[in-house]
Design a protein around this ligand. Structure first.
Ligand SMILES: NC(=O)c1ccc[n+]([C@@H]2O[C@H](COP(=O)([O-])OP(=O)(O)OC[C@H]3O[C@@H](n4cnc5c(N)ncnc54)[C@H](O)[C@@H]3O)[C@@H](O)[C@H]2O)c1
Length: 387
């Protein structure tokens, strides 16, 4: 690059701190409600547009949250992205899993920053396609893992990075709910054509991120996966009876339980299980075992990416086996507020994605690997195409 090109590039990076970030919504369902509540707390934002596949849904959504002057007369996200009068800077994508990849690719191709809900995508191939668009656009793509913002999650990473555990060789993670298939607002979470993944993608992605982020996201090598759907396909499942929808059982097309044995680069073994429903309180705490110490991270009833109680560090002091409790850190700012604010900060400060796709790609490759291995009934090598 010549000096003139370099100067031009530098000038392009100058940002106006007073300029508001003009945001559009793609998908105006359940989780979009959490996004808008957090966005409305941020002074640097202007919500200018929203699109939903269901006619009238976007309009009703912004009326509900009393946000005025939002354009919503779009039949698809593509129409909204093509409306240059909006002068959009960014979009938040709150669509169901099967509609994560295409809107993200289209928004990046339109030169917008993207906050994309979790899980990243359904397949590794989709994630790679999104990352190619990200690379070509030079825009920020952040994946919606708000547990990353939790000080307790950060503590897990700090403990690992401090070397207190020594060399890590075995990790057990995951958890789940006794009865917790998410159907409060319909069936988009449980139908294959909208969700594509069940517990595995919904809450499995969080437990994988909890440990993989802590250990620096080593490359996954092989996986032997299992998945089942005994509860979701049962019309007598308590959750369906409670909400008066036994017919949901016929619509259920994803997993409600998944388990896997994963080999990671660096000789680390990852033993994983996740459940939306099971006849058990928890299939176990998360444990990270190392040559100098081990960490126990209590599970929770809900398993949506939180630390269930004080963590315990098992280690040796002067030849004595001892244990240290790590108290829970109370957060001042909500995780969703932090997720939104860190994304906006990255845009305003020309920074990098708070939750980068380059890390979550490995999370996605494990999830996809578990699904593929389970379908084949054998261990597989995890292939990640070049971006
Ligand atoms: N981060 C979290 O804590 C959290 C919590 C719940 C859900 N989620 C994620 O959010 C996503 C959405 O979940 P939800 O519960 O809000 O689902 P939902 O079904 O309530 O809402 C999704 C909306 O997206 C719309 N839509 C789908 N494709 C579209 C497209 N191409 N253009 C415009 N609109 C489109 C649908 O019509 C629907 O209204 C899921 O991927 C889920 O995993 C994240």
């Amino acid at each position: 690059m010549g000096l003139d090109d370099f100067k031009e590039n530098q000038e392009k990076k100058v940002i106006d701190a007073n300029k508001k970030v003009r945001i559009g919504f793609i998908g105006c369902g359940w989780i979009a409600g959490s996004h808008i509540k957090a966005l409305l707390k941020q002074p640097v934002v202007e919500i200018v547009a929203g699109a939903d596949l269901i006619p009238g849904k976007a309009k009703a959504f912004f009326e509900k949250y009393e946000v005025e002057n939002v354009k919503t007369d779009y039949a698809s996200h593509k129409e909204m992205l093509a409306d240059k009068s909006l002068k959009l800077d960014a979009v938040t994508i709150c669509t169901y899993n099967r509609q994560h990849a295409q809107p993200a690719i289209d928004a990046l191709n339109a030169g917008l920053h993207v906050l994309l809900e979790k899980p990243f995508t359904v397949t590794t191939e989709e994630a790679v396609a999104v990352m190619k668009a990200e690379k070509a656009s030079g825009k920020i793509l952040s994946i919606g893992f708000q547990p990353r913002m939790d000080a307790n999650m950060k503590m897990i990473k700090k403990i690992v990075e401090s070397g207190t555990l020594g060399q890590i060789y075995y990790i057990q993670t995951g958890g789940g709910r006794r009865r917790g298939i998410p159907t409060p607002y319909g069936t988009t979470f449980i139908e294959d054509e909208t969700a594509g993944l069940g517990a595995l993608g919904d809450i499995g992605c969080y437990s994988l991120d909890m440990v993989l982020n802590a250990i620096g996201y080593p490359k996954p090598l092989t996986v032997s996966g299992y998945k089942s759907a005994f509860f979701g396909t049962d019309p007598n499942y308590a959750g369906y009876i409670q909400c008066g929808h036994p017919e949901y059982a016929k619509k259920f097309g994803v997993d409600d339980f998944a388990a896997a044995f994963i080999r990671l680069e660096g000789g680390i073994i990852l033993d994983f299980r996740i459940a939306w429903a099971m006849n058990l309180d928890t299939p176990g705490d998360t444990i990270i075992m190392g040559t100098k110490g081990s960490l126990r991270i209590p599970s929770t009833e809900c398993w949506n990416g939180t630390v269930g109680g004080p963590m315990v560090l098992y280690h040796e002091v002067c030849g004595e086996q001892t244990q240290t409790e790590i108290p829970i850190i109370k957060m001042k700012e909500g995780l969703f507020d932090l997720k939104i604010r860190t994304f906006l900060d990255a845009i305003k400060e020309n920074g990098t994605a708070p939750v980068p796709s380059s890390q979550i790609l490995y999370n996605q490759a494990i999830i996809d690997g578990i699904a593929k291995s389970a379908n084949l009934g054998r261990e597989i090598e995890i292939e990640i195409p070049e971006i």
